[in-house]
Design a protein around this ligand. Structure first.
Ligand code: ZN
Length: 299
């Protein structure tokens, strides 16, 4: 049996913790007046593995295009991890076509947010099977605007075999209650969604309203770091080495411990925020909205 969520989303906090990142990340397409940022770029990682990454690792590019997409090529078709916003659909399809004439067979969603899942319905309409963890499928279903859901929800772990290549899906949690980390064992690469962001302008956050929390995030990072891999593709920002994942895990754990200590000393939210910004360069801008939830979690 799966463990029950140790930190149930607290409705009272839901409004307070919606950060700029979340509102940008969950915004639906339609910023008609915005000058489109440059199109995302296709980067080769291995012979059969690519990523589609925004040109600028900024909130502006994120808000327009969405998060990173991972592309695995096989002789029997293509596996994508994430789908950006729907408006990126044609660009993604064109980039995949520039690599192979094989169809997109599977789209794995790392979690339920629009900047990762928004393009999935159109991928399904082209014949792809869309997969997400059952927990994040529930998150999608709770959205009153949800008119479509992925066909496949899995619990815990899943394997995909396509064209002789094996891909592992592992349900971890932290950013949401059902984050999927995709492991490409032969390429020794993981695609981790928003459990990891690597741009200074896009700090990592958890979404309490979707069942995320930092305690689970730490547990997930520690699990991930046991695996055999060399490089990690984050939800936002450039690919990083495993050592850089360790560094980012350690920084967030230090932030968590600092919040715990300051809570114990009855520091105010303002004092905590100032300390985190000063000592860790974390807690302003998009991550500011995470601090009330964090104070509650580390009480
Ligand atoms: Zn995201």
């Amino acid at each position: 049996m799966r463990q029950l969520v140790p930190f149930i989303a607290r409705p009272l906090l839901a409004a307070a913790i919606l950060s700029m990142l979340c509102s940008a990340a969950m915004a639906q397409p339609g910023q008609a007046n915005q000058t489109p940022p440059p199109a995302p770029q296709l980067h080769k990682i291995k012979d059969d593995l690519y990523m589609i990454e925004n040109t600028n690792a900024t909130m502006n590019d994120l808000g327009y295009w969405g998060g990173n997409v991972t592309v695995l090529l096989t002789d029997a078709g293509v596996i994508l991890v994430d789908s950006k916003f729907e408006r990126a659909h044609d660009d993604i399809v064109a980039k995949v076509k520039s690599l192979t004439d094989k169809p997109i067979k599977y789209v794995i969603l790392t979690h339920n947010h629009g900047d990762h899942a928004g393009g999935a319905e159109k991928m399904e309409a082209m014949g792809a099977t869309v997969i997400i963890s059952a927990d994040d499928r529930d998150n999608l279903a709770r959205d009153p605007k949800a008119g479509w859901l992925p066909a496949v929800g899995y619990i815990g772990q899943m394997q995909l075999l396509l064209g002789g290549k094996e891909v592992e899906l592992h349900q971890l949690r932290g950013h949401t209650r059902g984050d999927t980390v995709v492991y490409f064992p032969v390429d020794r690469v993981v695609s981790v969604g928003d459990l990891l962001t690597t741009s200074d302008q896009i700090p990592g956050i958890v979404m309490y309203a979707d069942g995320g929390n930092w305690t689970d995030w730490k547990r997930s990072m520690d699990e991930l770091l046991k695996w055999d891999f060399d490089e990690a593709i984050p939800g936002h920002g450039p690919m990083v080495t495993k050592q850089e994942v360790v560094n980012r895990r350690n920084k967030m754990v230090a932030i968590m411990e600092r919040v715990r200590a300051m809570n114990r000393d009855h520091k105010s939210q303002e004092e905590i925020t100032q300390t985190l910004v000063k000592e860790f360069n974390w807690g302003s801008g998009p991550s500011a909205g995470n601090i009330p939830g964090m104070m509650q979690e580390f009480r």
